[in-house]
Design a protein around this ligand. Structure first.
Ligand SMILES: Cc1cc2nc3c(=O)[nH]c(=O)nc-3n(C[C@H](O)[C@H](O)[C@H](O)COP(=O)(O)OP(=O)(O)OC[C@H]3O[C@@H](n4cnc5c(N)ncnc54)[C@H](O)[C@@H]3O)c2cc1C
Length: 340
């Protein structure tokens, strides 16, 4: 393999029902930064059916070029036709880097592709940078051993260098209004050999809850809440503030709350304007998902809890006593503000 032949940064665009996943825009933003250091371009790879309407959005969020495969067989995500298409694209266009979101789809797809094209893949990265030692290799950093060490991994002799990246970690760019990008429509034959799995039905779970990654204010509970019933105290504060409730893994493992509100390394990465950690000790795996929040308030009865190391404001005391008072004060302040 002549690695010099491989150029450009490709971002796999995840779309479901012709709606682009937020992580794909985040990856385009990051790719734009990396492309500057690599002196190359960002290409969005869009697979699906009747997806041409999505191209302008990709350009607005930083794609210099778009490769689109529009095929009925790609309407609903399935491992084989997507793997086949991505491998054909890699074979033809020879990218230096390919990035995927570390979503259920990305985590399913990327290892298949890396095995087929015989290259390296780093899973669930939280940091990407270009080596400044002249090689311009991609340095892919991810938490390992339960988040106790950060591993920086290179793929120096194979191309493309591939990574799945945690949703919520990278930043989207401010959309460039009116931006367009040339679209290369690539026709790929997807025959019965590439479709051994038939999707009979897609069952969608209907949720009217806000995704914690979109929330501006999170009121988060940990084991220190004592019991699931006490989550009502968090909901009351969240309602008063116009926020959303999230949690540590301990509460998910205990069956108190659903996994989709878990913050942390094996949950979601959040970056709200305000994160209120209630009865959360601040284990490294939890901090990994929330320490970039703009303002952090911690309530914990143990003054030596590690959460206080990242907190902007801390209250030492019993959360079940403090929360009702906190909520009352917020309500009063809100009422005063609304009357002003
Ligand atoms: C591979 C791996 C991945 C992981 N991924 C995640 C993850 O994604 N997210 C995550 O959160 N964890 C994760 N963990 C688990 C993590 O290590 C911790 O076990 C977990 O975060 C602890 O949750 P907690 O802070 O709610 O509970 P604890 O650590 O038990 O802390 C409870 C806190 O509440 C305080 N407290 C108790 N009672 C009160 C009270 N009445 N008032 C005020 N404070 C009180 C205590 O002082 C204590 O600090 C992971 C672990 C591993 C090994």
């Amino acid at each position: 393999m002549d690695i010099q032949e491989y150029k450009g940064i490709f971002v796999f665009v995840q779309q479901v029902d012709n709606k682009i996943a937020s992580v794909s825009f985040e990856l385009l933003g990051k790719a734009k930064e990396l492309a500057k250091d690599m002196e190359t371009e960002v290409t969005a790879v869009l697979l699906g059916y009747n997806v041409s309407g999505l191209c302008n959005d990709l350009a607005r969020y930083g794609a210099d070029k778009i490769i689109m495969v529009d095929n009925k067989a790609l309407e609903v995500y399935a491992t084989e036709p997507y793997t086949h298409s991505m491998c054909k694209i890699i074979e033809k266009y020879k990218p230096a880097v390919v990035l995927y979101g570390a979503t259920a789809i990305g985590r399913d797809l990327a290892p298949r592709i890396s095995a087929r094209v015989k290259t390296g893949l780093t899973a669930d990265c939280t940091k990407l940078e270009i080596a400044d030692d002249g090689t311009k290799n991609l340095r892919m950093t991810r938490p390992a051993f339960g988040g106790n060490i950060m591993a920086t991994i290179l793929c120096p002799e194979h191309r493309p260098q591939m990574a799945t990246v945690r949703p919520g970690v990278m930043q989207k760019i401010k959309p460039i209004e009116g931006a367009t990008a040339p679209v290369d429509k690539f026709d790929i034959e997807i025959g019965p050999d590439h479709q051994n799995v038939e999707v009979l039905e897609v069952i969608k779970k209907v949720s009217n809850k806000m995704d914690i990654q979109d929330a501006k204010i999170l009121v988060s509970g940990g084991r220190g809440m004592g019991c699931p019933e006490n989550f009502k105290l968090l909901q009351d504060l969240a309602d008063a503030l116009g926020g959303t409730v999230s949690s540590s893994r301990a509460c998910v493992d205990a069956g108190w709350v659903e996994k989709d509100i878990q913050v942390g390394q094996t949950g979601k990465t959040v970056r709200p304007n305000l994160y209120i950690a209630c009865g959360i000790s601040g284990a490294i795996q939890h901090l990994a998902g929330m320490e970039e929040s703009d303002v952090i308030i911690a309530i914990n009865k143990d003054e030596s809890a590690p959460i206080f190391e990242v907190a902007d404001y801390g209250i030492v005391g019993d959360v079940t006593k403090i929360l009702p008072i906190f909520t009352e004060e917020v309500k009063k302040a809100m009422a005063a503000r609304n009357n002003a």
